[in-house]
Design a protein around this ligand. Structure first.
Ligand code: PLP
Length: 396
């Protein structure tokens, strides 16, 4: 099958939920992917914050190979070693005491929403079920998580939505205070809004949310699906901001490219889940958890977090120079290696120009170019990215 035949067949048979770029990616290594014509691309999309160790990292490949030859799957009715070890590592390295494993970010958030409701109903015997989330947030595509998502465009056509969610503007503490009622059980927030345009918290925002939750007995849920697993320069994003939530959700980069989700909670909160409360057939499968163990150990032991901070800082600095050169750059924002450039116009054209020059980048919310390279990216690769962006901007 040649490239055009493959793209045509895909367009005919796969649900048309994605608008795709006209390339077929066949191979990856580090920050580079190759298409079916053997053309090379520098990948600053990174599977949208999945490939934090780049493509086909040898430690992940080895862990997956060893595990698939031993045991691919058993039911969660039985114990397995990789799942147990991963839960042990996640709880050792975080504030949390318990982990629920699932298969995606949306599922991790579903688990968090269910746990918050159950805890809210059981705690102090109150009927508390309402969750405050933020406008421009993104929490997934299931019915509960599109409802949690504070963006109308994801709701359209799927109404009626679930009851029990209220939206307030991100970075607005007063709006949260004014919205809390007798039925509120939790506040759910991305430490940095990813899909919503790389919106970063003000210095005090997350700390103030913690104080509000403590004052009113609410759970603080951090959706770290996009910014967890080293993206901001610490293993978990909450560490970068010095604020401890009650629940975090993880997915994307956790298993280095295999599908996984996880919800982590404090013991007292997690106690509201008992046998039968929640479940997942594939959640915490031996292969994905073996891959996740290799991913986290590599991130922690191979200088990846240091690289993320150093190269992230360098990238930001170089992009800042472009800001001086091109007045249509409205703002540059980010932390570690999640970086956004807000343009005055739609960024789709720039994405296309970069692709033509052999560099993959993403655009979100229309005008925000988003960069999510592997955390192992080098200075030379950043230089290539910045020079391609410079060339593309210069044509506008
Ligand atoms: N939460 C956040 C912050 C995300 O960025 C995403 C996906 O982009 C999700 C949840 C949903 O994750 P998934 O696509 O794995 O269901």
């Amino acid at each position: 099958m040649n490239t055009n035949q493959l793209m045509n067949l895909s367009d005919q048979n796969i649900a048309s939920t994605y608008s795709r770029f006209p390339i077929v990616i066949v191979r990856g290594d580090g920050c580079i992917v190759w298409d079916s014509d053997n053309r090379e691309y520098l990948d600053f999309v990174g599977g949208l914050a999945v490939c934090n160790l780049g493509h086909c990292h040898p430690n992940i490949v080895k862990a997956i190979k060893e595990q698939v030859e031993r045991l691919i799957h058993v039911s969660n009715l039985y114990y397995t070693e990789p799942q147990t070890k991963l839960a042990g590592l996640l709880t050792k390295k975080s504030f949390a005491d318990r982990v629920f494993f699932c298969n995606s970010g949306a599922e991790a958030n579903e688990a968090a929403i269910k746990l918050a409701r159950k805890y809210g109903r059981e705690d102090k015997g109150n009927e508390r079920f309402e969750i405050i989330t933020m406008t421009n947030s993104f929490h997934g595509r299931t019915m509960a998580t599109i409802t949690a998502t504070g963006q109308e465009k994801f709701h359209k056509g799927f109404e009626p939505l679930l009851p029990g969610f209220i939206y307030v503007p991100y970075n607005d503490v007063e709006a949260v205070k004014n919205t809390i009622g007798k039925t509120t059980c939790a506040i759910m927030v991305e430490p940095i809004q990813g899909e919503g345009g790389v919106n970063c918290p003000s210095d005090s925002y997350l700390k103030e949310l913690r104080e509000i939750c403590d004052k009113h007995g609410l759970l603080l849920i951090f959706d770290e699906v996009q910014v967890g697993i080293g993206r901001t320069g610490t293993l978990f994003a909450y560490e970068s901001y010095g604020v401890q939530p009650d629940i975090i959700t993880l997915a994307k980069a956790l298993a280095g490219g295999l599908p996984i989700g996880a919800m982590l909670a404090r013991e007292e909160v997690a106690g509201s889940f008992t046998p039968g409360s929640h479940a997942s057939t594939f959640g915490g499968n031996p292969v994905v958890t073996a891959a996740a163990l290799a991913t986290i150990n590599t991130i922690l032991n191979d200088g990846v977090l240091r690289n993320c901070i150093e190269i992230g800082g360098y990238f930001f600095h170089e992009l800042d120079k472009l800001r001086g050169k091109y007045p249509f750059i409205k703002e540059l924002r980010g932390k570690g290696l999640i970086v956004g450039i807000e343009l005055e116009f739609d960024g789709g054209d720039i994405v296309k120009r970069c692709l033509e020059r052999g560099v993959l980048i993403n655009c979100t919310m229309g005008k925000i170019l988003r960069f999510l390279p592997p955390l192992t990216v080098t200075k030379a690769e950043v230089d290539t990215m910045v020079s391609v962006l410079d060339d593309s901007f210069s044509e506008i």
